[in-house]
Each structure stands twice: as C-alpha cells, then as structure tokens.
Design a protein around this ligand. Structure first.
Ligand code: SMO
Length: 695
C-alpha cells in the first residue's frame, strides 16, 4: 500500500543546486550552435526624434558582416500582444526596431549580424544615421477608476509618495539564440513565459505557433523582467529565419540598463477619511504609473494590482481610486517583483501611520482598530475576493514575537540620548495570480514519473517542489519524479512563472493530474511494468489565493551622515500551506533583499530623457553586507481558493518590507518634523530631512 511519508511540507534540499553550484547549469549564452552568427544592435542616443537618415551600406560590406536589419525588414509582419487588463486601454506593442521615430535612449534602430561578435560590434559603428531631435512627450493610454461605497466625511489624512524606477537586475542578462529548424525555428530564451513568447514570435513572424519551439533551461533570475517577449528576441528570430543560420545575441549589462524593462516609478497620493472614533472608513487615491515607450505583455498589471489591492487588510468600504498610465520617453516599465502591490502597501501603510500620529495613537494600536475582522472570502470595495487570512492574528503574533512594547521603550531611551531611531510596521496582502495552468503526469515503463508543467522556473526550485507534490500523492520518493518545464514542445500550453502563481495554480494543476492517475491506476507499491500512462490537466483557478503578512522594521540613522542602518526585520508570513519551508524562506529573503534595495538605494535616473544610471557604477544594488538580521515567523492559513491550500510567496518581500522600512524611517525622523519622503531613502535624503533642507 501507499507509504505514509509526507513530502509536502518537508524542507527538501533543492535538486537543482548540485548542477548550478558545479557550474553545470545551462543558460542561453551557453548555447553555441555550429555556424552561429552574432547579432549586435545600434541603439538610439536620443530620447525622442525623427530618423531622417539611416545608411547601413558601409556596415553591410564590412568584414565578417552577413546582414544588417532595419525596421523595413519588419514591414508587413505581425505584432506581439499586450494584455489590456483594464477597459479602455490604448496598447502600444513592441517595435522590434525603431521605425521612423526613436522614442527612448537605448531603443534598437538597426541590427548587424556577423560571423563574430567583434565584427558585429565594429560594424555597428559604421552605420550612419541622423535623428532630428523632438521634444519629449508623455501620452496617457489609460484612465481607470475604482469607485464604491458611500463617500464619507471626517478627519482627513493625506500622503504623497513617489517611487523611483528600478532595474529588475537578474544576474543573467537577457539572451536569445534562434536556430532554423524545419520550416520554423528553435529559440532559446531566458524567459518566464515560454509559451507566451512562442505565440508572440509566431504572430510577428507570420508562422504557426507550432513552427516555433521555445526552450528555456536554467534562467538566472527574472523577477518580472523576463515575463514578456522583448524587441531584441523578435530581431534575432527574424535574422535566423531570413539567413537560415543560427543567430545569437547576449545583452551586455549596459544594454540591460538601457533597454530591459524596469519596475515601479509610480507617483501616488491618497486621502484616508477617519470616522468620529478615528477608524478609517473611506479612501481616495490617485495613482500615476509610467510605462516607458512601449508596452510589454503585462505592462498594465502593476497599475491594476495597485488599484485593486489598495485598501489592503483594512475594513474600508468606500473607495475612489483613480489610476492613470502614461507612455514616457524611457525603457519599458513592466511588472517587477510585487508589480503594483508594493506601491499599494506603502501608500496604505503610510496613511495608517499618519492617522495614528494625528490621533496620538501608537501605530500598532491604530492598525488593530482598522483591520478587517469579518468573514472570508472578503469582498473588497475594489471588487476582489480575498480567500482567507487572519490579519489581526498576524499583528498579534508580530507584537509578541518582536516584543513591540520593549522595542518602543528602548527607542524612547535611545532617543533621549540623541539617537535617531525608528520602528515601522506594515501589513500586506499578496494576490497570487489568476487564470489557468497546465500539467501532465506520465508514468514511465520503469515505474518513474515525468511531471510536465507550464509553470516555468527561474531559480525558485520548481524541480524540487513539484516532485514533492507528485511524490506525496503517489506515495513514492521524490527522486522517482522528474520535472520538465520550459520547453514548448514538451509543454505546448502554459502561462509560465509570474504573479506568485506557480505553486497555487501550477502546483494545483500538477496535484490534480497526479490524483487522477492515482484514481485511474489505484494505489500500489511498485509502479514499474504498467506501461506508459499519461494524464493531462488544465486547471482553471476559480479565484486568487491571497497571502498576507506583517512586518516590523527597526532602523537607526546616523545624525551626521544620514547613513541608514536596518537593525532588524521581524516578519510574520501567511503563505498558506507550505510546500517546502526552505524554498519559502529563500523566496521571502530574496524578496526582502530586493525590497530593501528599492526602499533604500535603487534608482534608475533620467535627465531630459538621457539615462544617468547606465551601469553598476551608478546604480546601487544591495550587497550581502547590507542585509539586516531577519527573523521569519511562519503563520500559515491554508487558502480556500485551491484544494491544496497553497498561496504565493515570491513577491511578499518586496511588498511588506519596503513599507515597514519607510514607516520606520519616518518614525525615526518624527522629532525633525520631516515631510513625506519618497524612494529611495538615500543618506542624502535622510540627512536633508534632519537638517531641514528641501528633500
Ligand atoms: S513581477 Mo512577477 O514576475 O509577476
């Protein structure tokens, strides 16, 4: 009979790591097909202008050059899709190469394909072009309003908060290798969405989706930055198709700064109305998000997420939230770890802190009064349904585990001695993806299982986690399960890995396929010799799984230099039923590092459309030494949105942590009567706040 060992919930070591730690991972740039050509881009040095001359004749005859592509080569071809997530959105899909006008610095204008990378780079310098500069323009493409409940009058608390643009900064830059195969193409991509990329490439090139095989093996980080087909991918694919030879492009880090997608950048304002007992009852807000100069598939997701989750875990019933998205003269802005949730959490958590301050209440007590404590699913005033959660319990646990009262007492003592120190609280909710995902389970003749999933992998430990699901249900050890993902030939249908959806939706799909096979074959000890059996599942999630959590940040600011020290993070997280606690911890800590970066140092800066932060000399990312002491406390409550009870966890660190950090910094600066600060909280900004200078 079945073993009773439980694999779900076990902190199994990642089976990926032996390969990755030994340098045996296989990334796109590791592919070096026989006869491969190299592609390099000419990129615009101007943020806006009309291309009045483009002469590639000298480049085309340079030594080693095989071809030069321009926008003319894409004339009559098709377009990539943009997900018009909100009604009335005007969409502006990718242009593989600038046609007629340039709209941002770094936009690709032409591509040189040569026998070597060096020859391609040299020939890019031989392209002659003239651009008549034009004024920078901003264009609104979407206005959306969430409005419900009866507007209230009462004491009003307002906050204004701007987010810097940030770089997703995967360790592995983007890369594309395309090889002619039959009448179509094989394309190696470093992507989160292999099937989406296949569909978009097919549309652009005028091929049937089945003529393109997208392969994604190891991906060195993505964070939303690899969730859409990129212009460069289309150019490489067209080059391979036209030339009948393999073509490769690997982004230099500087190209990633110029032309990869960015995140955040929103300008947000909100007003919270308190009733006569000081409890928040109504919320109005304005969210203005930049899109850059074109729209990747999920470009509107951050704005939609920010609006729909803005009331957070609070019992607010009246909302009036206006959201606007604008095309701006810079790199495309897309989803980035959190994708609108960080902006929402931070705005709301600042409002709650300021509401506390206005009433002379402790921020924790203020939250206690304002939290939603009713039944679940919770119908929110923005039209969402939160599956499960116990926000008050998260806050109680955080208060206890962090010894909140003790910390406040110590803060008062330190302040009395001249220290600038603060405590910041934040609660957050994390909706974890909508829609469907595919799974297929195959029983092989030797009694092992092959689990094929549309949830692709970028370092999350998918091969380990999904093997645990199958092992648990079939009563085998996980080493009997091989997980396959990231190949559109093996897995033709799938969404990929984004929006913290993989375990909740893809994992449930896999569990369902596995259960159906078990029902079909009956439980047994030995699965060998049965003959190949395959079960496919396309699981459509009935609603979203909503993770939540509560974070406390302790900070100190050097009064002389503004240097910020994060002295500790205590974090109670409800990630639903935990599949593998070690993987969850890795996700939470990784998200925390990126949240810390966005809160304290990261900023993509443009001046008059020119990129000022074009390298890691100018763009700060957190190092290991910047990581604070962290205490993670797991307080899981299973989701009711899927029968496995799973919720998501990938983005939580970017949602709750920055909000808690900002509150802690503003708390530290209370004696200085500092204004609302915006991100990132650089030493200069904090020093100015302490010296009473303009921020
Ligand atoms: S920002 Mo995520 O990859 O949805």
């Amino acid at each position: 009979m079945q073993q009773t060992v439980s694999w779900i919930g076990k902190a199994m070591a990642r089976r990926e790591d032996a390969r990755l730690l030994k340098g045996a991972g296989r990334f796109v740039d590791d592919h070096q097909p026989e006869g491969c050509l190299f592609l390099e881009f000419l990129r615009s040095p101007y943020a806006a202008g009309r291309i009045t001359d483009l002469d590639v004749s000298e480049a085309a005859v340079a030594e080693g050059v095989i071809a030069v592509l321009t926008a003319a080569d894409f004339a009559g071809l098709g377009q990539a899709a943009v997900n018009a997530l909100l009604p009335g959105a005007e969409v502006h899909p990718l242009e593989p190469l600038a046609s007629g006008r340039v709209k941002a610095v770094g936009q690709a204008i032409a591509a040189v394909i040569a026998e070597t990378r060096e020859a391609a780079r040299d020939a890019v310098e031989l392209i002659a072009f003239d651009i008549a500069e034009e004024p920078l323009a901003i264009r609104r493409v979407l206005r959306h309003r969430w409005q419900s409940g009866v507007p209230q009058t009462g004491r009003e608390i307002s906050v204004q908060l701007d987010h810097a643009l940030v770089a997703p900064m995967a360790l592995e830059p983007r890369a594309t290798v395309a090889l002619p195969e039959g009448a179509g193409l094989r394309v190696h991509l470093s992507t989160q969405t292999p099937q989406r990329c296949r569909t978009d490439l097919a549309a652009i090139l005028g091929l049937a989706p089945s003529a393109i095989r997208v392969l994604t093996q190891d991906v060195g980080g993505a964070f939303g930055g690899k969730a859409s087909l990129m212009p460069e991918d289309a150019v490489v694919a067209l080059a391979a198709l036209r030339l009948g030879r393999p073509v490769k492009w690997t982004a230099a880090r500087s190209e990633e700064f110029q032309a990869a997608t960015q995140g955040r950048g929103g300008e947000t304002r909100a007003v919270l109305t308190l009733d006569h007992q000081g409890v928040p009852v109504a919320l109005s807000a304005e969210l203005r998000f930049p899109l850059g100069h074109w729209m990747p598939y999920s470009a509107l997701a951050p704005l939609r997420n920010a609006g729909r989750i803005l009331p957070g875990p609070y019992a607010i019933e009246a909302v009036d939230i206006e959201a606007q998205a604008h095309l701006t003269p810079g790199a495309a802005v897309n989803i980035y770890r959190g994708a609108g949730r960080p902006e929402a959490a931070m705005l709301m958590e600042r409002l709650i802190d300021k509401a506390a301050q206005a009433q002379g209440l402790d921020p924790l007590e203020m939250r206690r009064r304002a939290l939603y404590r009713g039944a679940f699913p919770r119908a929110t005033p923005t039209g969402e349904a939160i599956c499960s959660g116990d926000f008050a319990a998260l806050l109680d646990r955080l208060e206890r585990e962090a010894d909140y009262a003790g910390l406040r007492a110590r803060q008062a003592e330190r302040r009395a001695k001249g220290a600038v120190c603060g405590l910041g609280l934040a609660l957050y909710i994390e909706p974890c993806g909508q829609g469907w995902e595919s799974a297929e389970l195959r029983l092989e003749a030797d009694g092992t299982f092959t689990a094929l999933t549309g949830s692709s992998a970028q370092g999350q430990g998918r091969e380990t986690a999904f093997a645990q699901i199958v092992a648990e249900i079939m009563g085998v050890t996980p080493d009997r399960v091989r997980v396959v993902q990231g190949d559109t030939e093996a897995v033709p249908e799938g969404i990929g890995a984004l929006a913290s959806r993989s375990t909740a939706i893809g994992g449930t799909a896999m569990a369902r396929a596995t259960r159906r096979m078990l029902d079909q074959l009956g439980p047994r000890n030995d699965w060998s010799g049965i003959g190949p059996v395959s079960v496919r599942e396309r699981y459509e999630a009935p609603g979203e799984a909503w993770a939540s959590g509560a974070v406390l940040a302790e900070v100190a600011i050097c009064p002389d230099t503004g240097h910020l020290t994060v002295e500790g993070i205590t974090w109670v997280d409800d990630a639903g039923r935990v599949l593998n606690p070690m993987l969850v911890q890795g996700q939470l800590i990784g998200g925390l590092a990126q949240g810390l970066g966005a809160a304290t140092m990261e900023r993509m800066a443009y001046a008059d459309g020119q990129l000022l932060t074009g390298s890691l000399m100018d763009y700060a990312v957190p190092r290991a030494s910047d990581m604070p002491p962290v205490r993670l406390i797991s307080q899981p409550l299973p989701s009711t949105a899927n029968e496995m009870g799973f919720k998501g966890v990938g983005e939580a660190g970017c949602i709750g942590v920055p909000a808690a950090l900002l509150n802690a910094v503003q708390d530290a600066l209370l004696p200085f009567d500092a204004p609302d600060l915006s991100l990132p909280l650089t030493p200069e900004k904090l020093w100015r706040a302490m010296t009473g200078l303009e921020p």
